[in-house]
Design a protein. Structure first.
Length: 389
């Protein structure tokens, strides 16, 4: 469990994801150290749509993909230097017998999620440059209990490929693994991370905002406080991006978002409350569609959040429950109304048992639904293993 906590803490703080992960470490003759660590997970997942809808069983990767992470670290000229590579393969067959380059499904192919370098300074600050988890909304997913399980899989997605959704699109927007240059202050009670990111194209009905003249800006502030057996964490984050639909003149779309949350740990009880708002961000995955209204110029608003309670019933077993939603709303000027065009919600209950120091057993049940497009509902049941090394 300690290795898992440090792995995720590294991601949350924008530092090396394997720092202190207690994986395989080799000291090299030039003073640098090489480390290998990660996880493998596999879940049985059963889904049933409505009372008369389809049912599916699959054996698949959960919300967190399997990871094989490689890192080399050294100190030169008083700076702590590191390079990091993170491979994120999956076990899925995605409803086909094998995945042999048929071009229709990535499935079990390697997903290269992390390629970055870090430069640590004497004042404790750090620059991260490369491909890594985005800053905006990352605390929302890192504090989601379904990160260690399956959560929602998407209505009708019982045989889908890739990782599951957890609470992505059911309480927060996925920050994506994206190229960036981010500076973070020294970890402590408070920390500020701010970075320049590869901007994303916005698709519109009459074209696209595909001229990205300046980088996207993302930032996050976190504060931690511990008192005896109690600990508290608060975070706020922001995002701003500007894109244009022509090289010169034309229309400019300014997307922005804000998120905040709090996690309170009181002895064996932990509570997380978080939410987000945005304009021109889309829903579920950042900048994945639906950001631009029907007139091709105005932007749609989105919001959501989740509440989560977990309770440690024994030193190795934790019970958890959560509820969350994500909405995308029409723009009154651009669409002619303010109708909700996407509203997904889910309830999840789970049992998370640390069988050994490295092996976790997980059983979850989720009801996901939508208040739009026929009010479909789906039950997701899952159980499986996560082994961290």
């Amino acid at each position: 469990m300690k290795r898992l906590t440090l792995l995720l803490l590294g991601l949350a703080l924008g530092v090396s994801a394997t720092a202190g992960a207690q994986g395989l470490t080799m000291q090299m003759s030039n003073g640098w150290a090489f480390q290998f660590s990660g996880n493998v997970n596999a879940f049985w997942s059963f889904t049933k749509v409505n009372n008369s809808g389809p049912a599916n069983s699959s054996v698949r990767t959960g919300l967190l993909p399997s990871f094989a992470t490689f890192e080399a670290r050294g100190t030169e000229a008083g700076m702590k230097l590191a390079v990091h590579f993170g491979f994120a393969p999956q076990i899925n067959n995605a409803a086909v017998h094998d995945n042999f380059g048929n071009g229709t499904q990535a499935g079990a192919q390697i997903d290269m999620r992390q390629v970055y370098l870090t430069v640590g300074f004497k004042n404790g600050g750090q620059i991260l440059a490369g491909r890594e988890l985005g800053v905006f909304s990352r605390q929302n997913i890192l504090n989601d209990m379904t990160l260690f399980g399956v959560g929602a899989v998407g209505i009708g997605g019982g045989q889908g490929g890739g990782t599951t959704l957890g609470r992505i699109g059911y309480g927060y927007l996925y920050p994506n693994f994206v190229s960036q240059v981010t500076y973070s202050t020294k970890p402590g009670r408070s920390q500020l991370s701010i970075g320049l990111f590869q901007p994303s194209v916005l698709e519109a009905g009459n074209g696209a905002y595909n001229f990205t003249k300046i980088p996207r800006l993302e930032g996050e502030f976190t504060y931690n406080q511990k008192s005896g057996k109690n600990n508290y964490m608060f975070w706020v984050g922001g995002l701003w991006q500007s894109t244009s639909d022509a090289p010169t003149a034309g229309n400019t779309a300014s997307s922005f978002g804000g998120t905040a949350g709090i996690k309170a740990g009181m002895s064996d009880l932990s509570v997380v409350v978080t939410g987000y708002i945005g304009k021109g961000l889309g829903t579920t995955l950042l900048f994945s569609g639906g950001e631009v209204a029907g007139n091709g110029t105005d932007l749609r608003k989105s919001d959501g959040g989740y509440v989560q309670l977990t309770y440690k019933v024994s030193p190795k077993t934790t019970l958890g429950g959560s509820w969350g939603f994500s909405r995308l709303v029409n723009n009154e000027t651009g669409d002619g109304n303010t109708a909700v065009i996407s509203n997904l919600y889910s309830y999840t209950a789970g049992i998370y048992h640390q069988w050994t120091r490295s092996l976790k057993l997980v059983v979850e049940g989720t009801q996901e639904g939508t208040n739009t497009g026929g009010s479909a509902k789906q039950i997701d049941l899952s159980g499986g293993f996560m082994l961290f090394y």
